[in-house]
Design a protein around this ligand. Sequence first.
Ligand SMILES: Nc1ncnc2c1ncn2[C@@H]1O[C@H](COP(=O)(O)OP(=O)(O)OP(=O)(O)O)[C@@H](O)[C@H]1O
Length: 576
Amino acid sequence: MLNSLRSLLMPDQIRLIRSYLILLAVSGFCEAGTTLLLIPVTQSLMTHAYDRLGSWVSVLTIAVIITCLLRYWQTVRGMRLSVVVLRTVQSRLGQHIVRLPLGWFSGEVSGQVSRCATYGAMGLANALSHLLPALLSDIAVPLLTSGAMMLLDWRLGMVALGGAVGVLIANSRISRAIVKGEAPSHEATVTLNNRVIEFARCQASLRAFCLESATYAPLTQALEAKNAAGQSLLKTTFPKVLISGLSVQFVFAILVGVGLLLTLSGGLGVPRLMAFLVLAARFSSGLAMLGARMGVLGMIRREIERIAAIMNEPTLPEAPRRKNLIAPGAISFRSVDFGFHHGDVVLHDVTFEVTPGSVIGLIGPSGAGKSTLLKLMMRFYDPVKGQILMGGVDLRDLPTDQLMDQIALVSQDVVLFAGSIEDNIRIGNPDASEETWRHAARLARVDALVARRRHGWATQVGEGGCQLSGGERQRIALARALLKNAPILLLDEASSALDALNVAAFQDVVKQLRGKTTIIMITHQLETVMHADHLLTIEAGRIVERGAPADCLTSRGYFDRFCRERRQASGWRLTA
Ligand SMILES: Nc1ncnc2c1ncn2[C@@H]1O[C@H](COP(=O)(O)OP(=O)(O)OP(=O)(O)O)[C@@H](O)[C@H]1O
């Protein structure tokens, strides 16, 4: 367990845990030792040795006070440690997740991550503050009581020790079986978490198709699978827990039987038998608790291993130092191949050069690989083959923060954060003056939408921007990107939800930035494409056309078809 913890915590926290464990052991043994003092007290009472009784009661009182103080100290340390550990595990998990390649997120990981960050991390924190103190006390009690029995009569001590070893071996097997049996239940819980997240996220689509929680099959199936896994876990664990409990009772019965036999045969006096019975009761209750807690500890260990497995996922290699960019705003793709999964190829041998300040239109049919190309520019993934350079430096040699300084993005799925319109724009550059961010907002025509709102710039956008229309969200995202004022602006269908007036404003922005900012824009709008200096047409992951829009028209390829289809659709006339 400590080994798995090492990958989650800082070295000084591991040292704190070690010293805490020593404190727990001392406290546990003190507590168990205090119980043992009941023997001389009982014996003094039984033999009417009242002079010794007073001394033993005094010793017992001091031991109780020391135990209480140790318990208090250990509780305070345990609570502090658990808070620190919880915070550390959650923040390290967060820091690690943001450095993982985006490909990792294409699996169903949200349920697993949320379970690890909440249930798993809380389980670990609770184990430190509650489980471990109880566990160490449960270890100390059978050990010390069997030792004391040994002092009373070696035969009783041997029976107790033998019984304890037998029960512990049985319990460790039971605990391993329970942990193994818990795996399907864990999988079912993660799947259910994923389905619940999906159900909450996709409410609009589900309602449009009249799918409520009762009729949404993936959710009901996940619920049924979770119930079945829970019941199966109960069925397999219940007999084991029963056997564990019965085995302790069996040892207790044998101890009592041997004690009585020894007394009847004259080998053990009645005062000693009374003391022994007190010890045997404490011994078996400690043993029973130890068995139960071993199972819980096994589960916590599995949770720690699950968190450690995420922490051990390899991150994209990160360059250590910022580099001097040879040509800020320039982009080069050199013979780039890329696929999301081993063996599939989404982009083939992609080669092109973008000069700083130029406007590039990226066109092609749906699924051709246009957005993937932008994702590679932002190094969400590394190419399988070839090289991508930004500002003349290989992306793999640029630290993430320097790369992100170079790029502003307006994606097709605009993400706004719960907060005001102003907050969402200022994310682009929190240090920008009021004049600067308002200027960016004006360029993106956010001022027009703000003028219609009662709370103006302070209007709340809601979670994910749900209180705004798609076009309004796009205008805020554009303002945010303009405020960033990065050398490269990536526009992934950034004007798809805009009306004609706002598309014209969007095109004005492109015109104003030409020559100052490199713009790579994916668009299906003919009017917007025509503002590009240079087009790259992608079909099935290959660049099949390149050149100025007017030149591409004459090649009678995809762009020609694209223009004719758009003209037919809108009656728009184009003269080349
Ligand atoms: N995360 C992913 N995992 C696996 N395959 C993916 C992933 N994202 C995209 N793809 C696949 O890669 C291919 C290219 O997708 P991409 O999003 O780049 O297309 P696109 O040209 O931008 O399409 P559109 O115009 O419809 O947005 C598609 O076949 C798509 O199914």
